[in-house]
Design a protein around this ligand. Structure first.
Ligand code: NAD
Length: 382
């Protein structure tokens, strides 16, 4: 079996699907690994390091994509500068494993099915204990949460920690984290490590204990409806609940120096939680870091990929944060891929074996043998 690692061509993407250490583990198991020349450059993994790990470096991307039994990538397949689409570069029957954003861009699934590609979407790995080592949403969200706080601290015209100096005492910064999922919890931990006083809010009341165990105060909002959907994710709530949430968090936003928003509902536009009126109430110099910018943003003023100024408040619409920590983001993602690929390798003859009775293989596979297999993706296409 030949596993190939493609070079990411999307502007701003610095991660690579496999790192040399993980290549070495696959090679040791008797798997052939091909790496496109320069694939790891932007994450500081050289072709020489891949070669030393036992990979074959391939200069021609067309050859690499066509020969791959399993093609590993980070981001959604792209249209290339030479006019070729990456989906068309794969051989019929090949396996593609990547973030594929199938709920946001379902048309990709249609094209993959037409090409009879067995496509596995890393967003669809179930959030179960057994699948934890493959959970790339979590490994990358954690990096985003960490980096969001660093960006907020760098943009804030104040210190984060309390300091007692000969020139007087500095009060600690107040940080408010909205959405306490994987990214939000890492943001809380990072802000606490930097010495800020931290509050957090999430629509799922179950996270209260986790928030408190990290040393933050949980902001409680009583909503008279179910807020948790299947799989432990947040549900899209009613307009009344959205309004009540906004009223409840307004005072906390107003008093915060840094607000980090991470609230998302899978497959939906991100909810607006910080309104223009709330931004107008914040102190000049305050900062909002919106991790949901790519899904429309949690702040009404957010512009994806831009820093916006409103009455002295800076609203940062972050995109591609995991990519800004490419060494560790690639290292963790490569481990996630390795764990998933292990489920596809026949232990005896090292051939490729897709066992759809395995719940992880079944859930993550969005297209196979010309069919779209995932009902949510089918719905998104309808
Ligand atoms: P996510 O990125 O989909 O959303 C981020 C957070 O935003 C979530 O905590 C969500 O509740 C919150 N949110 C959504 N709407 C909101 C609103 N209107 N107001 C405030 N907050 C709002 O979430 P995620 O980080 O991917 O985690 C989703 C779930 O998966 C969580 O229950 C998490 O504990 C669970 N999880 C389980 C495992 C596992 O068991 N292996 C691993 C990772 C995550």
């Amino acid at each position: 079996m030949k596993i190939a690692v493609a070079k990411e061509i999307e502007v701003g993407e610095r991660r690579v699907a496999l790192v040399p250490d993980v290549v070495a583990r696959l090679v040791k198991q008797g798997v052939e690994v091909w790496v496109e020349a320069g694939a790891g450059d932007r994450a500081f993994f050289s072709d020489a390091a891949y070669e030393a790990a036992g990979a074959k470096i391939i200069n021609d991307p067309g050859y690499l994509w066509w020969e791959a039994d399993v093609l590993l990538k980070v981001g959604v397949p792209q249209e290339r500068e030479d006019g070729r689409s990456e989906v068309e570069m794969l051989r019929e029957g090949a396996v593609l494993i990547s973030f594929l954003n199938p709920l946001g861009e379902p048309a990709i699934a249609k094209r993959l099915a037409e090409r009879r590609i067995s496509a596995f979407s890393m967003e669809m790995i179930p959030r179960t204990t057994r699948a934890q080592s493959m959970d790339a949403l979590s490994s990358q969200a954690s990096i985003a949460g960490y980096k969001a706080v660093l960006i907020g601290a760098a943009a804030l015209p104040k210190y984060f920690p309390m300091l007692t100096t000969a020139a007087g005492t500095i009060a600690p910064a107040k940080v408010f984290i909205i959405g306490a999922g994987v990214a939000g919890l890492q943001a809380i931990a990072t802000a606490r490590r930097l010495g800020a006083v931290v509050e957090a809010f999430d629509i799922r009341p179950a996270v209260k204990e986790e928030v408190q165990s990290l040393g933050a105060k949980f902001v409680e909002v009583q909503l008279e409806e179910e807020t948790v959907a299947a799989g432990g994710y947040a549900k899209e709530v009613s307009e009344i609940a959205k309004q009540r949430t906004q009223e409840a968090i307004a005072e906390h936003v107003k008093l915060s120096d840094v607000v980090v928003t991470t609230a998302q509902v899978p497959g939906r536009k991100a909810p607006i939680l910080v309104t223009e009126e709330m931004v107008a109430q914040m102190k000049p110099g305050s900062v909002i870091v919106d991790l949901a910018a790519e899904q429309g943003g949690n702040c009404a003023c957010t512009e994806p990929g831009k820093d916006v100024q409103r009455n002295g408040v800076t609203i940062i619409g972050t995109i591609d944060l995991p990519s800004s920590v490419p060494i560790h983001a690639s290292q963790l993602y490569a481990k996630n891929l390795l764990s998933l690929v292990q489920l596809m390798i026949n232990k005896e003859d090292k051939s490729l074996q897709l066992n759809f009775e395995d719940d992880i293989i079944d859930a993550a596979c969005i297209t196979h043998a010309g069919e779209i297999r995932n009902s949510r993706v089918k719905e998104a296409l309808a």
